[in-house]
Design a binder for this molecule. Structure first.
Ligand SMILES: [Zn+2]
Length: 378
């Protein structure tokens, strides 16, 4: 089994650290790492210019990051300046592994060993047969153990995207699918494996993945269409959890007052229109009208999203959906309805597109969760 790395600026107790850097030095180390994530091949002088820190401070911080194995010197700058050529720096991705878990699928748990750049190094999958309660928890712990066994580098941390309402401490407040209530998943994993651990709702994790490894901007909402419907909301690059950690729980917002009965007891929830099983059943029942059905479903999603776009001035919406379920007619109808309902002279049109990360969004988001928590980079 790989060992826990002893990074100079990771001083937190596994599983209990805050999501933001605590002190000035750690904050400066994060700032440097973020700069090199955003723009590899910077020199120490470039970093001083970009960050506003003194050259002496930069030199000191760079030495620490090199000793921690997080960055390396890559060569000489090709930019011509007076004096001798300066040495360029880049983030290393060969000295640490991250364990990422995607618990979003109804029939399996996925775990991966990934690099700091999100490259997959190994994958483990556990098939599920409706496991509930402690059995589901044991399957998760077993999966993590198997992933750790396959890691070849020190493990920076464990990131988990879980169904349900998950608070800022990684406690799953409610996940009906596993019959869980107040399961302290983050603490349980951290104590079992003695590694920095962070657990968040799968839809929230997916939007982090789009930001870090897709092309998403800092203000974005990501809708996940699956057996249910979920959303992750990011504003100014930060996840929005809400007062009860239920931000993004959009599935049971009523969008049609006389609509179909929903599993929650209300009528006409968004989920009764666009959840995968419902939409597939509609398409199978009337395959001749595929485009019309998808357009209507797209408009229903637009009805739910318009007030959110109007209030928060969100410029970008990303939709994650199972392969082949929705198409351009869905996206166009949704986009058109939102534009009709929210257009003003001062607001530009929204961008609405399908996820470029597809099935990898939650795993990559779990990597981002670990990077944000342990190194302060997004
Ligand atoms: Zn409902």
């Amino acid at each position: 089994m790989a060992n826990t790395p002893q990074f100079g600026f990771f001083h937190g107790t596994p599983g209990t650290q805050s999501l933001r850097p605590h002190d000035g030095r750690r904050s400066n180390l994060s700032l440097l790492l973020q700069s090199l994530y955003d723009e590899p091949q910077l020199t120490r002088a470039d970093l001083a210019r970009k960050t506003g820190l003194t050259k002496v401070t930069i030199s000191d911080l760079v030495t620490e990051l090199i000793e921690d194995g997080l960055i390396l010197e890559t060569g000489l700058s090709t930019t011509i300046r007076t004096g001798k050529p300066a040495v360029t720096l880049a983030v290393r991705d060969d000295t640490s592994d991250i364990i990422a878990l995607d618990l979003a699928h109804p029939d399996r748990f996925r775990g991966g060993v990934l690099s700091l750049r999100g490259e997959s190094r190994a994958e483990e999958v556990v098939s599920l047969d409706g496991e509930l309660g402690d059995k589901a928890l044991e399957a998760i712990l077993d999966l993590i153990g198997r992933c750790i066994a396959r890691a070849t580098q020190p493990i920076l941390g464990i990131g988990v995207g879980s169904p349900g309402i998950v608070d800022a401490e990684g406690t799953v407040i409610a996940a009906p699918r596993f019959n869980w209530a107040d399961v302290k998943l983050q603490t349980i994993i951290a104590h079992r494996f003695h590694l920095p651990t962070v657990v968040q709702n799968d839809a929230n994790v997916a939007v982090l993945g789009e930001r870090a490894f897709g092309q998403a901007g800092p203000d974005v909402i990501r809708i996940q269409i699956a057996r249910g419907v979920g959303a992750g909301l990011m504003l100014a690059g930060s996840l929005v959890l809400g007062a009860t950690a239920a931000a993004g729980e959009i599935a049971h917002v009523v969008i049609e007052h006389q609509g179909s009965l929903c599993t929650c007891g209300k009528h006409g929830c968004l989920e009764t229109w666009i959840a995968e099983p419902v939409l597939r059943a509609r398409l199978d029942a009337d395959s001749a009208d595929r485009t019309a059905i998808l357009q209507e479903a797209g408009r229903r999603l637009g009805i739910a999203l318009s007030p959110i776009v109007g209030v928060l001035d969100i410029p970008e919406i990303i939709i994650g959906a199972p392969e082949g379920l929705i198409d351009e007619s869905f996206l166009d109808a949704c986009s058109q309805l939102i534009t009709e309902r929210t257009h003003t002279d001062f607001r530009r049109d929204i961008t609405l597109k399908t996820s470029s990360l597809g099935d990898e969004a939650v795993l990559l988001g779990a990597v981002s969760l670990v990077l944000r928590t342990t190194l302060g980079v997004s």
